[in-house]
Structures are given as C-alpha cells and as structure tokens.
Design a protein around this ligand. Structure first.
Ligand code: GLU
Length: 302
C-alpha cells in the first residue's frame, strides 16, 4: 500500500491584476501576500492579466504592471495568462454549463432588475428569477445566467474565518456572460484558476463576497475549489478603499522601500534596518518570515 500521508499538493498561488491602471498600493499588498504565501510553501506563483472588460482596460497598463513587478523582484512561474486570449475556454465552459442545465438565457435589462429589487444588497440587486424557466414570450436573450439553488455556501477563509452566504437570497442567479457579450469576471476567474491548478487564492477582501459565487460555479463544473485567503484592504486617507478606479490612487513605483511598507501593512514587522535593503532582500525576508497569523482582518491606511 502506498503511504497516502506522503502525498502532498504543491501550493500554487497567483496574482491577477486588472489592467485598468498602474499597480497601486492595494494591489502591491495582494501581490506581496500571495507571493510570500506561495513561496514560503515552496510553491508556484503565477500571473494573470484580467483584461476582459475592454472598456476599462487602459492601454499599456498591463505592461507597466509587469515591469513594476519585475523591478520589485517578483518572479513568476510559466507564461503570463491574458484573459483576452482565453475566450475559447470561456465559451467551451458556457457550452458545458448549458448542456448540464446550469445556464439559462436572460432577457432582463439592468433597469428591470433594479426596478424589481429596489432594496439591493451589497452585491447589487438580487435577480428575481424572471427568465430561469425560459424566456417569457417576446423576449430576446441578452445575458446568460448561472442557476443558483437554495442552501448556504460555506467556506473557511484563511483570515476571515467561517463565511456563509445564501446565494439565493443575497445574489440570485448570476451573470456569466453580459448582454454586451463580455464574459463575466466570475466565469473567467473560475475557469482560469482551475486551468492553472491554483490551490491557494490570496487576494483583496473586496472579493470576499464573490467567493461563494465562485465556489458554486466550481461545484457546477465538478471542480474542488481552491483555498481562499482574503487580505485587508488599503484605505485612502479619506477612509475609502483604494482602487484603480479612483483618482486618488498613488501608482506604485519601483522603490523597494514600498515592499518594506507593504510587509508592515500586513503586520509582518520587518526589521527596521531592512527598510533600505534591496527589493530581493526584502522579498526574501518576507518569504522566510511571512505569517498569516499576524494579520488582523481589518482594512486600514497604508
Ligand atoms: N482582477 C481583480 C482585481 O484586480 C482580482 C481578481 C482575483 O484576484 O480574483 O481586483
């Protein structure tokens, strides 16, 4: 009999920025946290550019992000994956979901859904189920939605602990392909994380409540989902989360001191004398000493 206890899975982490602007402090924290987590376990770290939502893609931003990461000493495994080159995989997955009865055409406009659900939750209006049993007569298909059934989705986040959500009451059947033909983030992230063999997703806590949808989609496709670890968000001085969509974002330069500050943000307490070290030295210290247990799941300023 083989010793089953000896079979261990290699950790595979990833960083998946959207190229809607240069790297900002929030994404630097995510890159660093996911990198240290994967490398400390002797694992792989992959890079994916989430350039699906073409109206929001800023020309040249992806290249700037890659260059900044490189200057900061990050090394990734394998080729960079570009979501804009993965349409065939997304289409094939939609086809499979349709055949398996999970996907349906929806003819509702955003305005109609908003009107039917005036008390929208955190994740937007809850889909009222109008088209889930077939398009009402006279309706044209616009988007495609994934069926959500009753029951709670539960998972243990590596930092935020036990998370539960009733997808049905908090979200409803959700869009996998938008009315304008764009593949939804929820679809692409699940297809790509699975294809890349990602075992540990480390990312910003703004995506904590997207995770139940992703776990449901993994289940519909017969995948076991990765582990999820959400990191606290970097807040601007006004208390708002930093995001590439907001003007106040400070683009990250290649100054290695930022890595030291990002380790500090993640409560890793890097030694003071390290603050002027090279990017490689600071990263190596981070990989060696990284501990999730030190991080408090509370958003804060940088
Ligand atoms: N592309 C997303 C962002 O830049 C991250 C997606 C993910 O990590 O799942 O915020």
């Amino acid at each position: 009999m083989p010793d089953m206890g000896a079979i261990t899975r290699t950790t595979v982490g990833r960083f998946a920025p959207s190229p809607s602007g240069p790297l900002h402090l929030g994404s630097l924290v995510t890159a660093l946290g996911s990198y240290c987590h994967a490398r400390q376990r002797g694992g792989l770290w992959r890079l994916r550019i989430e350039d699906l939502d073409t109206p929001r893609v800023v020309p040249g931003a992806a290249e700037t992000i890659l260059k900044t990461l490189e200057h900061l000493g990050f090394e990734w495994d394998g080729e960079v994956v570009w979501q804009s080159r993965r349409f065939e995989a997304y289409a094939a997955t939609l086809h499979q979901l349709k055949q398996d009865g999970w996907l349906f055409d929806c003819g509702c406009s955003r305005r109609e859904i908003l009107a039917s659900a005036p008390h929208a939750g955190e994740e937007g209006p809850v889909y009222p189920g109008t088209c889930r049993h077939g398009l009402p007569p006279g309706r044209q298909a616009r988007s495609q939605r994934l069926r959500v059934d009753s029951g709670l989705i539960c998972f243990a986040d590596g930092l935020y602990g036990q998370i539960e959500q009733s997808l049905q009451s908090a979200v409803g059947d959700f869009v996998l392909r938008r009315g304008d033909g764009v593949y939804a983030y929820q679809l692409a992230v699940v297809v790509d994380d699975h294809a890349a063999g990602i075992t540990d997703v480390v990312r910003g806590a703004d995506l904590l409540w997207s995770t139940p949808r992703q776990i449901h989609l993994h289940a519909c496709l017969g995948h076991s989902p990765p582990h999820y670890i959400h990191l606290p968000l970097v807040l601007g001085n006004d208390g708002e989360k930093l995001s590439k969509r907001h003007q106040q974002d400070v683009p990250v330069s290649s100054d290695p001191h930022l890595l030291w500050q990002a380790l500090n943000f993640l409560a890793q307490a890097p030694p003071k004398e390290m603050c002027r070290a090279s990017a490689r030295e600071i990263l190596a210290w981070g990989v060696e000493n990284f501990s999730l247990a030190r991080i408090r799941p509370v958003d804060q300023t940088f």
